[in-house]
Design a protein around this ligand. Structure first.
Ligand code: GLN
Length: 380
């Protein structure tokens, strides 16, 4: 394997899902729903395939989907963007992240990350030859340590890569935190790459796109996807929204990474984004019920549960059960209890910082969540 990827192992999500199957454990690890996406979106995909929408799409997206993305962004953030010049369709948000980093970051540029961070950020930054500076968000509230952020920014800082609502903690960046990030970026001429794939799973406060803050649109790439919002994580449809001078870089990288994204799925995704608002209301209601089952359950089992404002994840401190590390705890949980969680140490540059924390997901049907809680009550 190339040196730039030597330190990375099989992703923790793949490892844990494989173990779940091997041990017949209930998988509250990898974040994918065990229920299906909506029929109207699936039907639109089948129809598009039947209608012969099966050849390469326009590189940066079929016009109908670019327009649907721009329309939804306007509804959500108030920003009016040109679907032809400022929206790029990608193969999942993971590709949007890669195209953004590879298209806009030079080797040696510094990029700031907040730990714990989603694993692809570090690997992709490493592929781009970026220098990572990491700010750790700490429990219980995972607030941004403003002074640390200020001192991490230097004249070599090219971008801040952030994620709100935040995987794995469920933290949502507050208006005050976003204001601080925005003014630091404007003062120091820094870009923001903002991964907002959980924007529709915002339970405790309203989601704010940092691009909508004064002076920020021109320096922000906002990234999102279909997978979480429509329970279709296997479709791998995502997008990046940015002003033309940044979109140029994103599109150049995207052109040579994947060239274009699945055509029939873009037609179906257009139908999805044109769904009435009631779809999102229902989604949120369902997820709040699931969240309540898991959070109450984890508390009753005896974990220290940290508040999660958004996403379909919740992070807990496992140390009441006496195991040394998150990895040891997750192994015990799989083998002796029959439940899978995600150890968080892989989401830090310094794994020590995550050794007390594990992540559970509640994107499962209520019966599955209840059974997992029952197993833990019995055997932990
Ligand atoms: N985003 C999902 C999670 O955090 C999983 C993605 C993956 O398997 N790479 O669980």
């Amino acid at each position: 394997v190339a040196q730039r990827l030597e330190k990375f192992k099989t992703t923790i999500f793949t490892q844990m899902s494989m173990l779940a199957i091997k041990h017949g454990a209930i998988n509250l690890g990898q974040g994918f729903p065990n229920f299906d996406g909506p029929d109207f979106v699936k039907e639109a995909a089948i129809q598009a395939i039947r209608d012969g929408k099966n050849q390469y799409a326009r590189g940066f997206g079929i016009p109908e989907f670019n327009a649907a993305i721009a329309a939804r962004f306007k509804k959500d953030s108030g920003l009016v963007v040109d679907p032809e010049k400022e929206v790029t369709v990608t193969s999942g948000c993971t590709e949007a992240i890669a195209a953004t980093i590879l298209g806009l970051i030079n080797p040696g540029d510094e990029v700031i990350l907040f730990a714990p961070f989603y694993d692809s950020y570090e690997a992709t930054l490493s592929m781009a030859g970026a220098k990572i500076k990491c700010i750790t968000l700490r429990p219980p509230d995972f607030a941004i340590p403003i002074n640390e952020l200020k001192s991490a920014i230097s004249k070599n800082t090219r971008a801040i890569l952030m994620n709100t609502p935040h995987n794995p903690t469920g933290k949502m960046f507050t208006r005050e935190e976003l204001d601080v990030i925005a003014s630091l970026c404007i003062e120091n001429d820094v870009l923001v790459f903002s991964d907002e794939v959980y924007d529709k799973l915002a339970f405790e406060m309203d989601h704010i796109s940092i691009a909508s803050l004064p002076g920020m649109y021109e320096r922000t790439v906002t990234m999102n996807s279909l997978g979480k919002t429509f329970s279709l994580t296997g479709w791998k449809i995502g997008w990046a929204i940015a002003p033309p001078h940044l979109t140029w870089g994103v599109r150049q990288a995207h052109s040579y990474l994947t060239f274009a994204t699945s055509t029939p799925m873009q037609w179906a995704a257009s139908a999805a984004l044109n769904a009435p608002d009631s779809y999102y209301v229902e989604l949120k209601k369902d997820y709040m019920a699931k969240k309540a089952i898991l959070v109450e359950g984890l508390n009753a089992v005896g974990f220290k549960v940290f508040p999660s404002s958004g996403t379909y994840f919740v992070v807990v401190d496992h140390t009441p059960f006496g195991l040394e590390t998150d990895i040891a705890f997750c192994e015990y949980l799989i083998k002796e209890v029959g439940v899978v969680a995600i150890p968080t140490s892989v989401f830090y540059l310094n794994p020590e910082e995550g050794k007390n924390l594990v992540r559970f997901t509640f994107c499962k049907d209520e019966g599955t969540l209840r059974s997992a809680v029952e197993r833990m009550k019995e055997k932990l």
